[in-house]
Design a protein around this ligand. Structure first.
Ligand code: HEC
Ligand code: HEC
Length: 206
């Protein structure tokens, strides 16, 4: 094979490999962003998340307005260390213990993309926020039909059955300190299998 052909072939292989990988990283970044970051930074990164919109005096969380982290290394650092970085305030959680290095790298790529080609990035993230909305909606229906009876409509532990079920009474779910993984387990297996009250049992029928 001629040298030039080899070059073309190599370049071609390189491109076919590179393009999908980058798209895949961005897509993964968009999904993690939607799961973990929208709550504070908003659907579009404009700082209009659920939390800042409801808490007076919450620091601004726009990823566009006077950004401090402007290249990939700085973004990776902020996302990994959050409040542990000198320049970042206490409301930005560190993610290095919850996310892998690869996920943090994908997030940094995604934020650069969001700043650079905002419209396309928003389209990408909307795909996942829509799903999230749907899961939250489905969850609410299940909660109202299968859990509220004991835990109460707002999860305060004051459902109708709470008058009958004592020691322990249905938990106040707004004050739970269970980590998500354990919460999933009790919901999935029911109280008895995780050493808790067998009265919390509807999970197993889901
Ligand atoms: C509980 C709220 C909260 C969550 C959740 C959150 N952040 Fe933040 N984030 C903040 C706040 C507040 C700031 C502003 C910190 C400052 O300016 O000192 C910030 C700042 C940042 C910055 C720096 C912006 C800049 O360049 O100045 C980046 C990047 C960032 N967050 C990314 C993320 C990513 C990615 C996620 C999801 C994995 C995330 N954040 C989740 C609250 C949050
Ligand atoms: C028949 C009543 C009943 C129903 C229905 C019920 N639970 Fe429970 N749940 C309880 C009781 C009682 C406890 C306290 C268990 C204990 O402390 O051992 C509990 C505890 C829990 C806890 C642990 C909270 C904590 O902080 O320890 C979670 C999470 C939970 N329930 C979720 C659910 C969900 C989600 C549903 C619906 C799928 C549900 N429960 C349906 C009675 C019920």
């Amino acid at each position: 094979m001629k040298i030039s052909n080899v070059c073309i072939l190599t370049a071609y292989l390189f491109l076919t490999l590179l393009v999908p990988i980058e798209a895949k990283n961005l897509d993964s970044g968009a999904q993690i962003y939607s799961d973990r970051c929208v709550l504070c930074h908003g659907n579009k990164g404009m700082g209009d998340g659920y939390i800042p919109m409801r808490l007076k005096g919450y620091p601004q969380t726009s990823l566009f307005e006077s950004p401090k982290a402007t290249d990939k290394a700085a973004l990776v650092k902020v996302i990994s260390k959050g409040v542990l970085t000198e320049t970042v305030n206490e409301y930005m959680p560190p993610w290095e213990n919850e996310l892998t290095q690869e996920q943090i790298s994908d997030l940094a790529d995604f934020i650069l993309y969001l700043r650079d080609d905002t419209e396309s990035a928003i389209v990408m993230v909307t795909k996942y926020t829509r799903n999230l909305d749907k899961t939250v909606r489905d969850g609410r229906v299940i909660f109202e039909t299968r859990c509220a009876l004991c835990h109460g409509k707002l999860g305060l532990g004051d459902g109708r059955m709470a008058r009958i079920i004592k020691s322990p009474p249905p938990a106040n779910l707004t004050q739970t300190i269970l980590p998500p993984e354990q919460m999933r387990l009790i919901i999935k297996l029911g109280g008895k299998d995780v050493g808790r009250s067998p009265k919390c049992l509807l999970g197993e029928t889901l």
